[in-house]
Design a protein around this ligand. Structure first.
Ligand code: NAP
Length: 308
């Protein structure tokens, strides 16, 4: 059994990591390290440092705090000989993720950059279906209401918080997984509220082989129905992934739908990596976000206030 601790016991840790760990017999949840939150019946430490000092027998940590503190925590855990599961995105910068990869390799420990949306029910069959098709165009529509899904999360608007890219990196994690070839940013427009450091809306255009365009329309102010869809036109029909990848349609017909087992899939993969002494660190989704910040045209828009 892998003795694991959750670090940063907030929304995603409570909603997804905890239930996924509780039903996987490969793991024993031995502690939570979180400044303000604890879990009944499980050892609690305020910081990762205190946890590591108190529990030398710990095998692994799952880092669920916001991305700006990911590197310092991962670096420390690896230095103390622990396997590390990184929530998405794996870091605030590409360089720090690369440094962690090197550190994990040198230490002989597992580093897993998790992308939960890749474990949505429709993603693997979509990848298989697209493998022998010619892509004509891709349209990503990722539109959600930040006030509903991220209440009180001021870090999203700070450097490293990524704004709309915090959810939209999930779309990029799917597109980079299902398309057979790489793609490159051609242009991007980022709308940044005047009181924030990160975009609230963005429109991206990527080029794919033979002139096929990939467009992404990303919006953090979507009220009413929420949209997490990816449409792919090919030479042999149309594919649509809906509801964050949990539903797959081919030519309008529902082909695959199932329960949300994304985090069960992630923890099964992490256990496999730990047992086989491997790491899995794909930075492709984060690289596209970095490109958008580097190459995008910024426009200042009206301030964002959570309560209005
Ligand atoms: P969150 O609830 O705001 O933060 C998680 C916890 O991290 C907080 O409760 C806090 O716990 C700790 N934390 C916050 N700032 C910290 C700091 N500066 N130093 C140390 N610890 C800090 O956020 P979340 O929604 O769970 O998101 C966390 C990560 O999961 C993000 O990378 C996000 O992209 C990813 N994720 C979120 C969702 C979602 O639906 N929310 C889905 C998938 C993935 P303490 O105050 O107790 O220390």
């Amino acid at each position: 059994m892998i003795k694991i601790a959750i670090v940063g016991f907030g929304k995603i840790a409570q909603d997804q990591h905890l239930p996924a760990l509780q039903k996987n017999s490969d793991y024993q949840l031995v502690a939570v390290a979180s400044r303000n939150t604890s879990l009944d019946g499980v050892a609690h430490y305020k910081t990762l440092e205190a946890l590591l000092d108190a529990m030398p027998e710990l095998d692994a940590v799952s880092l669920c705090a916001p991305p700006a503190v990911r590197y310092a925590q991962a670096q420390l855990a690896l230095a103390r000989g622990k396997h590390v599961f990184l929530e998405k995105p794996p870091g605030a910068t590409l360089s720090e993720v690369e440094a962690l990869s090197e550190q994990a390799k040198a230490a002989g420990k597992t580093l897993f950059a998790s992308w939960h949306s890749r474990y949505a029910q429709g993603v693997a069959p979509a990848k298989a279906w697209l493998a022998d098709k010619t892509i004509k165009s891709v349209q990503v529509n990722w539109k959600e209401d930040v006030r509903v899904w991220h209440p009180g999360q001021a870090w999203i608007w700070e450097p490293g918080g990524m704004g709309i890219f915090d959810p939209a990196i999930n779309a990029l994690s799917i597109v980079t997984e299902i398309l057979p070839k790489p793609f490159f940013l051609k242009q991007a427009a980022l709308q940044v509220p005047e009181n924030c450091q990160t975009p609230i809306r963005a429109q991206l255009e990527f080029s794919y082989e033979a002139g096929a365009a990939i467009q992404a329309d990303l919006d953090f102010l979507q009220t009413g129905p929420q949209t997490w869809d990816i449409h792919v036109e090919t030479d042999k029909g149309t594919l649509k992934l809906s509801k964050g990848g949990s539903q797959l349609y081919i030519d309008g017909q529902l082909e695959k739908e199932g329960p949300d087992e994304e985090y069960s899939g992630l923890y099964a993969r992490f256990a496999e990596l730990v047992k086989s002494g491997q790491s899995d660190v794909d930075v492709a989704p984060l690289r596209h976000v970095a490109d958008a910040f580097m190459y995008g045209r910024r426009e200042t828009v009206e301030p964002f206030h959570e309560d209005t």
